[in-house]
Design a protein around this ligand. Structure first.
Ligand code: PLP
Length: 438
């Protein structure tokens, strides 16, 4: 019996992976899997890239650790110098952490402390969206619209105001039809007024919603209106780019598709491409200056500004640039999105959507009513298992319809070739057909 406390405690047969190369993973028995989702939409540069491994070895041998409160390091300085000009944030500064949830916690505390520093201590609320996901820690979970992950922890969560996300496939907002009426964005203003704008510190949103709704792309005017409303009420706009950042959608950061500049961007996953746990907060210079004038930022982790994490981030950004992977994500992404549309021929596929190399298929029991399968059928997970059995790894999620709902996400390394995209789509289609056949 394994002594590992596994993430899935039942219904899962764990392959033991011993090696990764490019878009492929290999298990102990020598079976090969095409990693169609980069795990949880993480890997950008591919598995087993020698120069990223070498960057870890080299930096760990030279300097593995210093505490970020009293020291800086060469890779930390170089990463900040390289990444901040690529972020659509004015005069950006970079706060390095060890994962997406840490980035969210940092952004929440940053927003709060910014207002305190500016003599507006009444502002503490973070407005978030249903559905959404910003992390597993209690602060981040308090502003995550994912009922299935929140329920057990409800007494531990902070009460924060939530608004509907622009989830067109299931929009139930009065006045909204086939063409979005932007009621979802206007809900931000209504909520700010109801809460009292002078109690709200920030609004947080994933530019393209990740696993909580499955690659949901907003209408074109959505973020312009959000930006306008945030400005009108003195509320910071935090773009959570943990999944959408670092080239995944065909731009360095997803929000660039709409030409909007957030005050804060959080990122993770693709920053280190999974080679080490990493995350970052990119912050508008003016905010950092306000904190400085207000006595500093009372926050940090033992592993903030870690030199080896910084070295990996640096190596990944350089690799992405040298190999043109952002543009590649745009081109291969357009191909993936187009190929996935053919899955709409399957009766259990309700919707297919996404941007760049971030896509999702929403499964339904009935296409007309959009009724989901019962939650205990674990359909997305069953499709994932079937695809894995056929040699392709996809990412199962769901719970977006009152705890039910099945989503299968595709988000391969940005290095994927067309024939490999064809294989992911074909196997996913076969897996869906096999498990939903009556
Ligand atoms: C949009 C988004 N934000 C935050 C997180 C949390 O990141 P982590 O799991 O690295 O803590 C995730 C993870 O899936 C995410 O997709």
């Amino acid at each position: 019996m394994s002594r590992v406390f596994r993430r899935r405690l039942s219904h899962w047969n764990y392959p033991e992976i011993v090696r990764g190369e490019g878009v492929y993973l290999y298990d102990r028995e020598g079976r090969r899997y095409l990693d169609g989702s980069s795990g949880a939409i993480v890997v950008t540069v591919g598995h087993g890239v020698p120069e990223i491994a070498e960057a870890i070895r080299e930096q760990a041998g030279r300097l593995a650790y210093v505490h970020g409160t009293e020291f800086t390091s060469t890779p930390m300085e170089e990463l900040a110098a390289l990444l901040t000009p690529r972020a659509p944030v004015d005069d950006a500064r970079l706060f390095l952490v060890a994962g997406g949830s840490e980035a969210t916690e940092t952004a929440i505390k940053l927003a709060r402390q910014y207002h305190v520093a500016r003599d507006e201590p009444g502002r503490y609320k973070i407005v978030f969206r249903w559905p959404s996901y910003h992390g597993a820690t209690l602060g981040a979970l308090s502003i995550s619209g994912r009922p299935s992950l929140r329920t057990a922890f409800a007494p531990l969560l902070h009460e924060m105001p939530g608004i509907p996300a622009p989830y067109a496939y299931r929009c139930a907002l009065p006045g909204c039809g086939p063409a979005c009426s932007l009621e979802c964005a206007r809900a931000l203003e209504t909520t700010l007024k109801a809460e009292g704008p002078d109690t709200v510190a920030a609004f947080i949103a994933e530019p393209v919603i990740g696993a909580s709704a499955g690659a949901v792309v907003p209408p074109p005017e959505y973020y312009h209106l959000v930006r306008e409303i945030c400005d009108r009420y003195g509320v910071l706009f935090i773009a959570d780019e943990v999944m959408t950042g670092m080239g995944r959608t065909g731009k360095w950061f997803g929000i660039e598709h709409w030409g909007v500049r957030p005050d804060v961007i959080t990122t993770g996953k693709g920053l280190t491409s999974g080679y080490l746990p990493g995350g970052a907060v990119l912050v508008k210079g003016e905010i950092v200056e306000a904190l400085k004038a207000g006595g500093g930022f009372h926050h940090g982790f033992t592993y903030s500004h870690h030199p080896v994490v910084a070295a990996v981030g640096l190596a990944v950004v350089r690799y992405v640039e040298r190999h043109g992977l952002v543009e590649r994500a745009r081109v291969q992404g357009a191909y993936l999105q187009q190929r996935l549309q053919r899955l709409l021929d399957l009766p259990a596929v309700g919707d297919v959507r996404g941007l760049g190399l971030m896509a999702a298929v929403e499964l339904v029991q009935d296409r007309k009513s959009k009724a989901p399968y019962p939650a205990d059928a674990r359909l997305a997970q069953t499709v994932q298992a079937e695809a894995l059995r056929r040699g392709v790894n996809v990412y199962a999620s769901g719970g977006q319809v009152d705890g039910a709902g099945d989503l299968v996400m595709v988000g391969p390394p940005l290095t994927i070739e067309r024939e490999q995209i064809d294989e992911v789509v074909a196997v996913l289609g076969d897996a869906i057909a096999a498990v939903t056949r009556a």
